[in-house]
Ligand binder design. Structure first.
Ligand code: A2P
Length: 331
């Protein structure tokens, strides 16, 4: 497989390279791609050095798969060009997610919908992926009516500039370049992505709309508040789920324990619950604090944590690539 990693010098692109190695994807040729600023730089992969190329150079090489993590503008312009030369694009940006002609894929839930004709495949938003992986099996069993989610998101989701801002502020430097409109160290910003006319942020609307699309069910109502914290290892979410049907808590636990990609960490007596420091660099979604919402019937509370650069981005994208390869859906 000739695989291009677009945005290879970025935070997500770096994780994509690591996960391609970890999953032992049969990469025969690797094309690390970044902006012209980075062309010529060296990238290490499986013990070898590779030279970073530009998008123009990469397209000439006609990769079988290109995993894009270089922002929405780059994806909008370049994904169709790669698709035109026969490359299957797995896109981490929000550019194609809500396009009705493109599939929005969390492999454990809906990879089976993929065909050879899908040349641009959208990877969902990080916060959506970790939530929906836990929602899908519960929706199938008890029928979700409404979800109320609040997020506690890592600065790594914003990219290198945000990590730099946090580290500089922690070192006492508060007048450097800012990825956020406010200081992030020792602070909490109820603001992720841009505000919309309805008062929600774009991140909140992504969680709402993408969840319905991945579950293929517009009747699932979702409301979200997305929040940035000075945290590094992953995103956390407090999720309140109202079902049409009643549930048994032990059965919920067992369903989640048997869901591929989920690890239940729920032993409050021993202070065991999901945390970003533990989820960091792991490919799974961790759930815990499972309990009934005692304020109304058929309602569950859950705490959910994942490394947003892994299952929220790179791992999910590489799993899509792996599915395409194993099912002969590229080329
Ligand atoms: P570069 O390092 O050359 O700027 P992050 O989100 O962590 O900041 O990473 C963004 C990634 O997307 C980087 O690899 C960056 O490359 C890449 N990138 C940004 N703009 C472009 C572009 N116009 N063409 C190709 N790659 C781009």
């Amino acid at each position: 497989m000739k695989i291009a990693v677009v945005g290879a010098t970025g935070l997500v692109g770096g994780e994509v390279l690591t996960v391609l190695e970890e999953f032992d994807i049969p990469v025969t040729e690797l094309y690390p791609v970044a902006s012209a600023r980075s062309a010529g730089k060296k990238i290490a992969f499986k013990g070898k050095e590779y030279t970073v190329v530009t998008l123009e150079q990469a397209i000439e090489l006609k990769p079988d798969i290109a995993i894009f993590s270089a922002g929405g503008g780059t994806s909008l312009e370049w994904a169709p060009k790669f698709a035109e030369v026969g490359t299957t694009v797995v896109d981490n940006s929000s550019a194609w997610r809500m396009d009705p002609t493109k599939k929005l894929v969390v492999p454990e839930i809906n990879a089976k919908e993929l065909t050879k004709e899908d040349k641009i495949i959208a990877n969902p938003n990080c916060s959506t992926i970790q939530m929906v992986l836990a929602l899908a099996p519960l929706h199938e069993k008890y029928q979700i009516k409404r979800v109320v989610v609040s997020t506690y998101q890592s600065v790594t989701g914003t990219g290198k500039a945000a990590v730099d801002q946090l580290m500089e502020e922690r070192a006492g430097k508060t007048d450097g370049d800012k990825a956020y409109p406010h200081e992030i160290d020792l602070n909490v910003l109820p603001h992720i992505d841009v505000f919309q006319d309805n008062g929600y942020t774009k991140e909140e609307m992504k969680m709402i709309n993408e969840t319905k699309k991945i579950l293929s069910d517009d009747s699932v109502h979702v409301t979200a508040t997305t929040v940035r914290l000075p945290v590094m290892g992953g995103h956390s979410e407090s999720i309140n789920i109202e079902f049409a049907n009643d549930f048994d808590l032990a059965e919920v636990r067992s369903i989640l324990e048997n869901t591929p990609g989920i690890i239940v960490q729920d032993d409050p007596a021993n202070n065991v619950y999901p945390m970003p420091k533990f989820a960091h660099k792991k490919n799974e979604v961790f759930v815990g604090r499972l309990r009934r919402d005692e304020s109304q019937p058929n309602t569950l509370n859950m705490w959910n944590v994942a490394d947003n650069l892994r299952k929220g981005a790179a791992t999910n994208a590489v799993q899509i690539a792996q599915y395409l390869i194993e099912n002969n859906l590229v080329g």
